[in-house]
Design a protein around this ligand. Structure first.
Ligand SMILES: [Zn+2]
Length: 358
């Protein structure tokens, strides 16, 4: 689908028709997801495909400044619910709370005068722990083939075919395959498997996340601090009580003086929820105002605020940025509709496979 989308985007951009396309779709609110903005991937995120260089990020901001209106998430939420209000709205969001947001993204956001929302993980932001995906990346990065073989052996009990795939993959590939681990077993089992793998290796002294000081800098720089759950668990595994504790406004208890908006929630892994009705019911009861997914879709007027789509921008060329903003969501939406019409069987695990990194 992507090559076709980029071809359409190329034709629309260089014929000048892209301005018309943006205007026709100006009521569809775009929410962008970023993670790490850095010149080089560090050991905690290597192979996860979630890093962009500051230069590419700056190109995105240049394109947005010229053709869109970058607004806070709060404004976008209100705009979606009031017909005729949203006009080329784009929101910028960051997941996981990596330190590079303050070091590399914030100066650029300030230069352009843009606001953003940073979705933080409680155990990383206030508990100062390293989440399992980053621990695994670190392990594979620092200990290479030995760690990969150990990971393959450890995942046999999870899924023999996944273990085989990990064993035969290059180490970066192994990391991407291991993203499936949390769909196969609850977080507690994945973490205990990882602890066994880490064994006697030295503890990770350095943390890849925003420090308290950097969190304050972000808040002062117009970045809203929001909730990406407490432990970054896969929600499809959780009981109602566990969902409730993941959604609780953990930040205020620890950083009462720093402004935050814990009622904005972005779903860990961002893919389809089999228990969406339950999660939504608990979220509404706790006062959560929105749930953001990472499904590559934008948000037409009247979109359910508990089922908001988010998109990734990864390219540096303007015609490709335009394609990722305007062409890909349309193709995705139509292909989903088509699949729905053709489907005769009930949902399978394929329905909730992640479309991106954590
Ligand atoms: Zn995440």
């Amino acid at each position: 689908m992507k090559p076709i989308a980029y071809l359409i985007g190329f034709c629309l951009y260089y014929s000048g028709l892209f301005r018309l396309a943006i205007s026709i779709r100006k009521r569809c609110v775009k929410i962008l997801t970023y993670h790490d903005i850095a010149e080089k991937e560090n050991s905690f995120v290597r192979g996860m495909r979630i890093s962009l260089t500051p230069r590419v990020f700056e190109r995105h901001l240049q394109f947005l400044q010229k053709h869109y209106s970058v607004v806070p998430l709060k404004t976008a939420l209100a705009g979606m619910q009031t017909p005729g209000t949203a006009d080329r709205y784009v929101c910028i969001t960051f997941d996981d709370g990596y330190a590079s947001i303050a070091r590399n993204a914030l100066p650029l956001l300030s230069e352009f005068g843009f606001s953003a929302t940073a979705f933080l993980v409680g155990k990383c932001a206030v508990g100062r722990e390293v989440m399992w995906r980053n621990r695994l990346a670190f392990l594979l990065c620092e200990h290479g083939g030995r760690a990969q073989a150990a990971l393959a052996r450890a995942t046999v009990e999870f899924d023999p075919s996944l273990a085989k795939a990990i064993e035969s993959a290059p180490s970066v590939g192994a990391l991407r395959l291991s993203k499936n681990l949390q769909m196969l077993r609850p977080l507690v089992e994945v973490e205990s498997m990882l602890s066994r793998l880490e064994g006697d290796l030295p503890c990770i002294a350095e943390k890849p996340y925003l420090s308290d000081q950097e969190l304050v800098e972000l808040a002062n720089g117009g970045v809203v601090l929001a909730n990406h759950s407490y432990s970054h668990a896969e929600f499809n595994w959780l009981t109602p009580d566990q969902i409730e504790s993941e959604l609780k406004p953990w930040y205020r208890e620890h950083h009462g003086n720093t402004p935050s908006e814990m009622t904005f929630f972005s779903l860990p892994f961002g893919h389809r929820l089999r228990n969406h009705a339950l999660v939504k019911e608990i979220a509404v009861r706790l006062g959560t105002r929105c749930i953001l997914f990472s499904n590559g879709l934008d948000n037409p007027p009247k979109t359910d605020p508990y089922c908001l789509g988010r998109q990734h921008l990864i390219s540096s060329k303007f015609y490709r940025i335009f394609t990722e903003l305007e062409v890909l969501p349309v193709l995705r939406r139509y292909s989903k509709l088509l699949l729905k019409l053709l489907r005769t069987e009930g949902p399978t695990t394929e329905d909730w496979r992640p479309v991106q990194g954590p």
